[in-house]
Design a protein around this ligand. Structure first.
Ligand SMILES: O=C([O-])C(=O)C[C@H](O)[C@@H](O)C(=O)[O-]
Length: 424
């Protein structure tokens, strides 16, 4: 018998836009705005929980269909969430839908289910007075380390006010960006988003970072922009310098070919993005580290299942991020805290979000020495700011990006190219 306080009475799905910086990646530049969607579930007893996900049009429409299907569900019945989401989507599970343009192949059911899983866990935590990390098995760390996530970057979007970070288009610019980010947040590891400039320039950037920050682990991620030969060249040049090389080449076979030729550990958030990818990746020895991401692995609990599989097959675990707001940061932190297998500093785009734009009060999310204390309040430990939500929703309506089928923040370079054809 489900108590009324625990049955879902209503679900709201609100797309939002927040300003984004002109960050470069192998397929383009972040648009002036990033799109996200905020979901809020309220029970018949008036308890509410929140989740956050991608903001593309197709994804949004699927979220709305799933939201209708969830009314009446017991918030403790996350197995029912899978069944209801599957029913809501029916055969409509393919096509572009708000994922990063570079992460394809994950399950549409997992992507749609994820923010509702987070919102249900938020409610469960509030009902029993425990943080979400406790519901995931208990925090094994009080604070979660995050990595400084560096980007090659333009100075400011043409026609927009400049930002605090300035341009970073060469090794010196990146070292300066890292220094500012480390001064502000205390990060103790560094990731560079590559695949933007010719690989030898990116090798030089990593070497400059090594010289400037001698003790800090370094990672390089060109989002599969390189051929096997280029990947092996970079791996050879940076052997012993990189903590891991992330997605140098395309697909499980491409990664396996690189892995066979270098002792540098390879990580991925591109060729292992669903449970179906794990067996072939393990069989072919394609990767050593899987970057989890609850937004496309089906929520927080399913990332726990992923961790168990990684442990079984001796794979390491790290965490991927896209441009995100504070609800996602809180969810990522609870997950990382409660996942013993996740021993690497997580990715986050958080420094790239303007502090005055969020749908929650970000005060509980403070970085100290590059680490975020795990919220201890019931649920996620963050509260929706309805005025801010309304403001960012209006920004979404006004920004002219809402008909997009992707995250809204990738503009392809011309001539457009696909990561299926290595850029170098
Ligand atoms: O591999 C990654 O880290 C990502 O794909 C994350 C983002 O899409 C990143 O590339 C970006 O924000 O430009």
């Amino acid at each position: 018998m489900v108590r009324t306080s625990e049955r879902i009475a209503g679900v709201t799905v609100t797309p939002v836009a927040f300003r984004d910086y002109p960050l470069l990646n192998t397929v383009g530049v972040h648009e002036p705005y990033a799109l996200r969607t905020i979901v809020e579930i309220t029970t018949e007893g008036g308890v509410s929980g929140v989740g956050e996900t991608y903001g593309g049009t197709v994804h949004l429409e699927r979220l709305r269909r799933a939201a209708d299907e969830l009314v009446g569900m017991d918030v403790w019945s996350l197995n029912d969430l899978v069944a209801r989401t599957t029913r809501a989507l029916g055969a409509d599970t393919t096509g572009g839908d708000g994922m990063s343009g570079m992460v394809t192949g994950s399950s549409a059911v997992d992507r749609v289910m994820s923010p509702f899983d987070v919102a249900c866990l938020d409610i469960q935590g509030k009902l029993v007075g425990r943080p979400v990390s406790d519901l995931l098995g208990g925090a094994v760390r009080d604070a979660v380390p995050y990595s400084a996530y560096l980007f090659y970057k333009w100075a400011g979007h043409p026609g927009q006010e400049d930002d605090d970070w300035g341009a970073a288009l060469d090794p010196a610019g990146l070292v300066e960006q890292a220094r500012r980010m480390i001064d502000a947040y205390g990060f103790t590891s560094i990731k560079l988003k590559g695949g933007v400039f010719p690989p030898d320039e990116e090798i030089a950037a990593i070497r400059a970072l090594r010289e400037a920050f001698p003790g800090l682990p370094l990672r390089l991620d060109p989002n599969a922009a390189w051929s096997t030969e280029t990947s092996l060249h970079v791996a050879r040049e940076l052997e012993g310098v990189l903590q891991y090389l992330e997605d140098p080449a395309e697909g499980i076979d491409g990664m396996a070919a690189v892995a066979a030729g270098t002792p540098t550990p390879l990580a991925t958030n591109m060729c292992v993005v669903s449970f179906d990818d794990l067996a072939p990746a393990v069989a072919k020895g394609a990767v050593g580290i899987v970057l989890s991401d609850h937004h496309f692995w089906g929520g927080l609990r399913r990332c726990g299942h992923l961790a168990a599989i990684c442990e079984t097959f001796g794979l390491g675990m790290s965490m991927h991020s896209n441009s995100h707001l504070g609800i996602s940061l809180a969810a990522m932190t609870h997950l990382a805290a409660a996942t013993p297998r996740l021993t690497y500093a997580c990715d986050t785009h958080w420094p790239w979000k303007r502090p005055d734009e969020d749908v929650i009060d970000p005060t509980p999310l403070k970085f100290t020495e590059g680490r975020l204390a795990v919220p201890t309040a019931p649920g996620l430990g963050v509260e929706l700011d309805r005025d801010a939500l309304a403001r960012l929703h209006q920004q979404y309506l006004d920004c002219g990006l809402r008909d997009r089928d992707d995250t809204g923040y990738m503009r392809r370079f011309e001539p457009s190219f696909s990561t299926k054809t290595p850029r170098w």
